[in-house]
Ligand binder design. Structure first.
Ligand code: RNT
Ligand code: ZN
Length: 408
């Protein structure tokens, strides 16, 4: 670490400060990497234009298994974490539809989160359910279907409020609907108008804006829904603006040459808060495990350069069933944290270099930093967090001891 501190000092960077700042950043970790987005309430095949691929064994199939895996995975992630749940992970106290789930159906999750001092984020689940009709939910022309999903949304607002109150940590409630069409529609405005109306109806539920942050996540297309997506980027950004709620960008939800890293600054100028789903799209919204790659670093740099660590809700969203799921979880979250540390180790005067139009020096500096002793600072962070370096070994031990006993 000493050598690293000296190296970074040469560039006016305080490595100690970077570590301290990183310790304060909360990553909201999605629960759905642990069970391939199946959940516990309906156990229907995944739908909504998203797909988990791979057949690695040992998927968690019960709340107990999923909680055990989350505990293992979270213990291998440094820094502050929050647990991000979907409504489909309800542990139902009686036989009920998704439109009537209540806080009590999440009591074991609250107990679990409290035990660890974690906050909880939440997502209504508008997919993998028999009430999704013709791939439509909140935008459905069938009033019964639309009303069902509005009721689901309303119940979720109440559950989000309950999470915030119980944990004492604000809850981010993200609305994403899969609604769209495989082929060219004749009416583009109708479904969007119905989605708008449904959102208005959900948001009419009273909730404490200091405790619950409602976000809307846009998308460009889904599998089998290639031609039209109701909740497009323009729709979600405009809706969030008009209602003073929070836009959420998932970096798998844009055309391949469009970069979320370039969008963050614009959204920050017009929103008090913004939210991110950090994922890795490979050719499409494939939700590969996040790596310490260029775009993840660029996203982190933007958050740090905009001094927006307290304005951006950072959450992860990937689901890989082709490798050990716990390792997938840990690799992804650590990659986000590495990217943030990398960004925190950037000299702050890079802005001035740009303002002086010295792009020669800017390129030199950026390239020099790529071979800086970043790894030493990262390992120091892990050490201070009391988290092991070699998580692969730990995961394999867990696989041999615990996972092998599973039927799935
Ligand atoms: C789908 C969205 C959404 C889901 C999760 C499971 O394209 O990214 O966020 O991945 O809600
Ligand atoms: Zn997402």
């Amino acid at each position: 670490m000493e050598n690293a501190v000296k190296f970074y000092e040469k560039f006016g960077v305080n490595a100690e400060e970077a570590i301290e700042k990183l310790r304060d950043v909360t990553i909201s970790v999605h629960c759905w990497q642990g069970d391939d987005v199946v959940g516990f309430d309906s156990k229907e095949a995944l739908s909504g234009g998203i797909q988990t691929t791979g057949d690695y064994p040992y998927r968690a199939t019960s709340p107990e298994e999923l909680m055990a895996d989350i505990e293992k995975a979270f213990s291998l992630m440094p820094g502050k974490k929050k647990l991000n749940l979907h409504a489909s992970y309800a542990i139902l106290t009686s036989d009920k539809g998704r439109d009537s789930i209540e806080p009590c159906d999440f009591a074991p999750w609250v107990e679990f989160a409290k035990k660890h001092g974690w906050g909880i984020d939440f997502n209504p689940t508008f997919f993998a359910h028999p009430m999704v009709k013709d791939n439509l939910t909140l935008s459905s022309p069938d009033e019964e279907t639309r009303a069902y999903w509005v009721r689901h949304g309303i119940q979720c607002v109440k559950i989000a409020q309950y999470f915030a109150e119980e944990t004492g940590i604000p809850c981010v409630m993200n609305i994403w609907i899969p609604d769209g069409y495989k082929d060219i529609p004749a009416d583009r405005i109708g479904p969007r108008a119905r989605f708008k109306l449904s959102l208005d109806e959900i948001l009419a539920t009273p909730y404490d804006k200091e405790k619950v942050y409602i976000t809307v996540e846009s998308k460009v297309f889904g599998i089998g829904l290639e031609s039209y997506t109701v909740g497009s980027s323009e729709f979600c950004l405009s809706y969030a603006q008009s209602k003073g709620i929070t836009p959420l960008m998932d970096n798998g939800h844009y055309h391949p040459t469009e970069m979320v890293s370039d969008k963050i600054s614009s959204l920050l100028l017009f929103n008090e808060k913004i939210a991110l789903h950090v994922t890795r799209p490979v050719r499409w919204d494939s939700d590969h495990v996040v790596l310490f790659d260029d775009e993840t670093r660029e996203i982190a740099k933007e958050i740090v350069r905009c001094d927006a660590l307290d304005k951006v809700f950072i959450s992860t969203d990937y689901f890989d069933a082709s490798i050990n799921r716990i390792s997938a979880w840990v690799t992804g979250v650590r990659s986000v944290q590495k990217a943030l540390l990398y960004a925190l180790l950037e000299p702050s005067d890079m802005k001035n270099v740009q303002e002086n139009n010295d792009f020669t020096y800017l390129m030199y500096l950026s390239e020099e930093l790529k071979t800086a002793p970043f790894g030493d600072v990262w390992r120091e962070f892990l050490k201070r967090e009391g988290v092991c370096e070699n998580y692969y070994e730990e995961v394999m031990e867990y696989e041999k001891k615990v996972l092998v006993n599973r039927n799935a």
